[in-house]
Design a protein around this ligand. Structure first.
Ligand code: PEP
Ligand code: MN
Length: 358
C-alpha cells in the first residue's frame, strides 16, 4: 500500500470520526430534550422497554463487519452516558448546589458571618437545665469574645425515660440569656408545629440528626425567615444530607448551615465516626457553610481538640462543641461535655494553632 493511499484512508477515518462526533452530540441534544419533556410529565428517565427496542433494531439491521454483540455493547454505553446527561441536568437544578450558585452562601447570625472564610464557634450545654447553668456558660463564652450559644430545650433522647428537656421553659431561658449577654442562640426544634413559636425565642433553628429526614419539619423550617442549622443524619449519605437541605431551600429559606456530626459505623472507639471528608465534599457540591460538631461525633473529651483542628484544616466554616459548668451532673451527655476550664483551654489551644484566626 502506498503512502498516498494510507494518507487518504486516514483522512477518510478522520472524516468519519468527526461525523460520529457530530452525530453523538446531535443524539445527546435530543436526549436532553427528551429529559426535559419527561421531567415536565413526571415520566421515569430510564425506559427499559424502549432500550430493548433500540437494541433489537440494531441487531436486525446490522450488516457487519462488527458483531451484533459488539455493537450492542457500544450502544449500551451510549445509552448509559445519555441517561447520565439527563441526571446531570437534574442535579444542576438543585437549589443548594454550587452549579446553581457558584458563590458561598453567608449566614448572618447577629453579625457573625458563617461562611465568610473565618472560623466561627458555637458553644453551650447539651441541654438547658436552668437559668444559672446556661448563664454560667454564656458568661464564659462571652469572655472569650464569642457570640454563639447553643442549648437543647427539646431533647431527642434514645430512651423515653431520659431527661427530655425543659421545652418552652428552656427556650425562655435561652432568650433571657441571649438578651442579657447579647448573644445569638441556637436550639433544636423537633416538632413542625413548634417552628412558628420558636421564632420568638431563638436565632437559629437546629434540626437534629434524628430528624434530618423529618420532611414535614424540614418544610416547616424552610417556610420561615430564620437561619437553620441542619445536622447530618446518623446513617445518612451525603446525597441524602444534601437533599434534606434542598427540602428547606425549596420552601424559600436559603439561610442553611450544614453540620457534620459523625455517622454510625462499626467503629466503637468513638461515639460516631467523624466523616471528615464530608466537609470538602459538601463545600464542593453545595454553596452552604459547613460546620463540624466535635462533641457528638467523637463523644470523647480527649478528641475534641484534634478533631476541631482537623475540621478547620480541611475547610470547615466553624465548630460546635458542648460546654457545661459541671459535666459530671449534667442531665444529658455528661461524659463528653467540657467544663469551663477545659473550654478555655480548648479555645486558647485552637487560637495558638497557627492556622486559626478566632
Ligand atoms: C445536639 O446537638 O443537641 C444533638 C442532639 O445532636 P445530634 O442531633 O447531632 O445528635
Ligand atoms: Mn448532646
Amino acid at each position: 500500500m502506498s503512502n498516498v493511499e494510507l494518507d487518504s484512508l486516514r483522512a477518510q477515518l478522520e472524516d468519519v470520526n468527526l461525523k460520529l462526533l457530530s452525530l453523538l452530540n446531535e443524539r445527546a441534544q435530543i436526549v436532553k430534550d427528551i429529559g426535559k419533556v419527561k421531567e415536565v410529565s413526571g415520566v421515569n428517565r430510564f425506559d427499559p422497554v424502549r432500550e430493548r427496542y433500540m437494541l433489537d433494531r440494531i441487531a436486525e439491521l446490522n450488516e457487519g463487519p462488527f458483531e451484533t454483540s459488539t455493537l450492542q455493547h457500544i450502544f449500551k454505553e451510549i445509552f448509559k452516558a445519555s441517561l447520565e446527561l439527563q441526571e446531570d441536568d437534574h442535579r444542576k437544578a438543585l437549589l443548594v448546589s454550587r452549579k446553581k450558585k457558584p458563590e458561598n452562601t453567608i449566614v448572618n447570625l447577629k453579625g457573625e458571618l458563617i461562611g465568610d472564610g473565618n472560623p466561627h464557634f458555637i458553644f453551650g450545654p447539651c441541654s438547658v437545665e436552668s437559668y444559672e447553668q446556661t448563664a454560667k456558660v454564656a458568661e464564659a463564652v462571652k469572655k472569650q469574645g464569642l457570640k454563639l450559644l447553643r442549648g437543647g430545650a427539646f431533647k431527642p433522647r434514645t430512651s423515653p425515660y431520659d431527661f427530655q428537656g425543659l421545652g418552652l421553659e428552656g427556650l425562655k431561658i435561652l432568650k433571657r440569656v441571649a438578651t442579657e449577654y447579647d448573644m445569638a442562640v441556637i436550639s433544636e426544634i423537633v416538632n413542625p408545629a413548634d417552628i412558628e413559636m420558636a421564632l420568638d425565642y431563638i436565632d437559629v433553628i437546629q434540626i437534629g440528626a434524628r430528624n434530618m429526614q423529618n420532611f414535614e419539619l424540614l418544610k416547616a423550617a424552610g417556610s420561615v425567615n430564620k437561619p437553620v442549622l441542619l445536622k447530618r443524619g446518623i446513617a445518612a449519605t451525603i446525597e441524602e444530607f444534601i437533599n434534606a437541605a434542598e427540602y428547606i431551600i425549596s420552601k424559600g429559606n436559603g439561610q442553611i448551615i450544614l453540620c457534620e456530626r459523625g455517622i454510625r459505623t462499626y467503629e466503637r472507639a468513638t461515639r460516631n465516626t467523624l466523616d471528615i471528608s464530608a466537609v470538602p465534599i459538601l463545600k464542593k457540591e453545595t454553596h452552604l457553610p459547613v460546620m463540624v460538631d466535635v462533641t457528638h461525633s467523637t463523644g470523647r473529651r480527649d478528641l475534641l481538640l484534634p478533631a476541631a483542628k482537623a475540621a478547620l484544616a480541611i475547610g470547615a466554616d466553624g465548630i460546635m462543641a458542648e460546654v457545661h459548668p459541671d459535666p459530671a451532673v449534667a442531665l444529658s451527655d455528661s461524659a463528653q461535655q467540657m467544663n469551663i476550664d477545659e473550654f478555655n483551654n480548648f479555645i486558647s489551644e485552637l487560637r495558638s494553632s497557627s492556622s486559626v484566626r478566632v
